[in-house]
Design a protein around this ligand. Structure first.
Ligand SMILES: N[C@@H](CCC(=O)N[C@@H](CS)C(=O)NCC(=O)O)C(=O)O
Length: 230
């Protein structure tokens, strides 16, 4: 049987507002790409957000996802769980968010520490000149507390929960990447070999290089949509 799609059916996809370098958007894109959930990606410039995003009202941070039924997912973790709910490839999604509640609580704890404590010190380390109360070395040392925890764990296992990558790894690595990039020479010489090879595995991966970090032109209303993952 020949199936004929109307133009409307062909283009109807959830819309993901994203910003290439944002670690929250990166984690959402990584999971969407990993699970192969099709969306339309709209690259945003934070200083000049598109009217369509502002018109949604409330927060206008990225990433944000609007599903085809109009339901809005305003935070990276909402988007990640939305993507999991759309995936019917069990072998792919099951290790990301195991059914076992102990494992789920571990994932939540890793992400919560990253988002609420590590991110705080990361911002100060990145922009130490904006926070003159302490120097860059102080902020870096506070951030290193998390690197030490990660190192202890990754020294024993390939990923944070064991031998399979889970949402804990996927949600955290973009922030460690940012921490490393503040002073790459320092990071390369630092004593976190397991964190480095774990991070390297993500950064060098095909999915990260060829899908997640592809540069797209800034989206403008009326222009064609970008299919993601391509
Ligand atoms: N908790 C949010 C944080 C997102 C966030 O802070 N995004 C930044 C870019 S990295 C942003 O949009 N900043 C501009 C703004 O908040 O208007 C999430 O998980 O999605």
């Amino acid at each position: 049987m020949r199936v004929i799609f109307t133009r409307w059916e062909v283009i109807l996809r959830p819309v993901l507002y994203s910003f290439r370098r944002c670690p929250y958007a990166m984690r959402a894109r990584y999971v969407i790409a990993f699970l192969g959930i099709p969306v339309h990606l709209r690259e945003v410039v934070l200083k000049s957000k598109p009217a369509a995003l502002l018109a949604l009202g409330g927060r206008s941070s990225v990433p944000q996802l609007i599903d085809v039924d109009g339901v809005r997912y305003p935070e990276s973790l909402d988007i990640i769980f939305w993507a999991l709910s759309k995936c019917d490839h069990k072998a792919k999604f099951a290790p990301l968010w195991p059914k076992n509640s102990v494992q789920q609580n571990k994932i939540k704890a890793w992400i919560a520490y990253n988002d609420h404590t590590f991110k705080y010190w990361l911002d100060r380390y990145k922009y130490a000149d904006r926070y003159p109360e302490y120097d860059e070395g102080y902020y870096r040392a506070r951030g290193e507390v998390f690197l030490q925890r990660l190192e202890r764990r990754l020294n024993k296992k390939t990923f944070l929960l064991g031998e399979r990558e889970s949402l804990a790894d996927m949600a955290i690595f973009p922030f460690i990447r940012q921490f490393a990039a503040v002073n790459q020479v320092w990071f390369d010489a630092s004593q976190y070999p397991s964190v480095k090879s774990w991070l390297d595995g993500f950064i060098r991966s095909e999915i990260f290089q060829s899908v997640v970090m592809v540069k797209y032109p800034v989206w403008q209303a009326g222009q064609g949509e970008v299919s993601f993952p391509a």
